[in-house]
Ligand binder design. Structure first.
Ligand SMILES: [Ca+2]
Ligand SMILES: [Ca+2]
Ligand SMILES: [Ca+2]
Length: 404
């Protein structure tokens, strides 16, 4: 039953008991309409809060803030002395002037340098990264309103600094035929995490030599493929530890084989030729060893007694043949060398063709043949020739080159 004023005028209203269920309606007004009598209770329609006057100030009945989540959960403490991290805090009852702190496990407090209040449900707090210490993680996030009420979300913020490379950027090594293009000649990549966390490695960009494998522990395995020309491979290695990554640029050089003269020309027999033979030698002319005497004319040629013939060198060891060069005699009769060069594959008892000679005429004519065979060791080489002038076969000089 509702009463009006005339009905209760003069009635003692001390210790009023409201037996209703809906609620007691009290005074409502703006901040400007506040009274000044101690004990007055009212609803402030400006602040949208219940308030009472304590004789000096109006005290408002507010709710403590609640921190529900943060959008960043790691701080890189080593990011730089002036580096900062913005953390967006979601929750409720964030008031203007609210402050934010990160509380360490030893209760050390890190205060956000600035706090931007987007709404009563969202703050953005900016922390200085170098204020954090890995040993003191995890940190709590504490929001305190100006009325000192606070809310805390515990154990949510961690320190995670990125690993640092100890391997200098730049070349990790050079692979050559001589070192078998083996990964053992390449420097392993190392980075150290300041928090003591494990580091794994990957290629984040660029290209590594075909045939090599970069392992997740920073080491290399395999053998690079032999290139046809010197090649520099450039790539970035990414070191990952916990949530952080760091990249560094490196190179690997892979060089094509070089031809090294083993027999012939200025190398003579090279200590490799153990014996020589020929199908025939023209009287007054000379034999197969004259093809490695570093002289092209006159008697310094192998010269058959007929239009066809062959000259052969036997090696005292198996050698890999990379290139073979043949050259005409220089003084005369220099239209005589046409035929084939073959080499003896001792393991499989067979002649393998290295090249087809077609020198034609000319005192300086020469040909070089390059073999793609990288596995066979040969114990003999034979120069088989059909004279183009129908009377003689003659070769002034020949050379065999190995790879280095
Ligand atoms: Ca940590
Ligand atoms: Ca770390
Ligand atoms: Ca010669």
């Amino acid at each position: 039953m509702a009463l009006n004023y005339s009905e209760i005028k003069g009635t003692d209203l001390s210790n009023i008991v409201d037996t209703g269920t809906e609620g007691t309606k009290i005074a409502l007004g703006t901040t400007a309409q506040r009274g000044t009598v101690q004990g007055q209770v009212r609803f402030n329609s400006t602040a949208n809060l219940l308030e009472y006057y304590d004789g000096n100030f109006y005290q408002q009945l507010t709710n403590a803030p609640t921190v529900q989540s943060i959008d960043v959960t790691t701080i890189d403490q080593t990011a730089g002395s002036s580096a900062t991290t913005d953390i967006t805090i979601s929750g409720k009852n964030f008031n203007s002037g609210a402050t934010v702190k990160a509380i360490a496990t030893d209760d050390t407090e890190v205060t956000a340098g600035t706090v931007v209040r987007n709404s009563s449900e969202e703050l953005v707090a900016t922390f200085t990264d170098s204020d954090f210490v890995n040993a003191d993680e995890p940190y709590d996030i504490k929001v305190t309103n100006t009325d000192t009420q606070f809310g805390t979300l515990e154990n949510v913020l961690y320190v995670d600094s990125a690993s640092a490379f100890t391997t200098a950027s730049g070349s990790l090594g050079t692979l050559t035929y001589s070192n078998s293009y083996a990964s053992s000649n390449i420097t392993a990549v190392v980075a150290v995490d300041p928090d003591g966390e494990a580091v794994t490695y990957s290629i984040s960009s660029g290209t590594i030599p075909t045939g090599l494998t970069f392992n997740s522990d920073g080491t290399w395995s395999g053998n690079a493929n032999e290139p046809s020309s010197d090649t520099t491979y450039s790539f970035d290695v990414r070191a990952t530890s916990n949530s952080q990554t760091t990249d560094r640029s490196f190179t690997i050089q892979v060089n094509a084989p070089q031809a090294q003269l083993a027999i012939g020309y200025s190398a003579g027999g090279g200590g490799i030729v153990s014996s020589y033979s020929q199908s025939s030698a023209l009287g007054g002319h000379t034999q197969a060893n004259r093809m490695y005497d570093n002289s092209l004319g006159g008697s310094n040629c192998w010269h058959s007694s007929g239009g066809q013939g062959w000259a052969q060198w036997d090696f005292n060891q198996g050698i890999q043949i990379y290139q073979v060069k043949v050259q005409n005699r220089s003084d005369c009769c220099n239209n005589m060398a046409n035929g084939t060069i073959t080499a003896w594959d001792n393991a499989n008892s067979q002649w393998i063709t290295i090249g087809t000679v077609s020198l034609g005429g000319g005192s300086t004519a020469q040909q070089t043949f390059t073999s793609s065979d990288t596995t066979t060791y040969f114990t003999k080489i034979r120069f088989t020739s059909n004279s183009s002038n129908g009377s003689y076969t003659s070769i002034g000089e020949a050379g065999v080159y190995t790879k280095v």
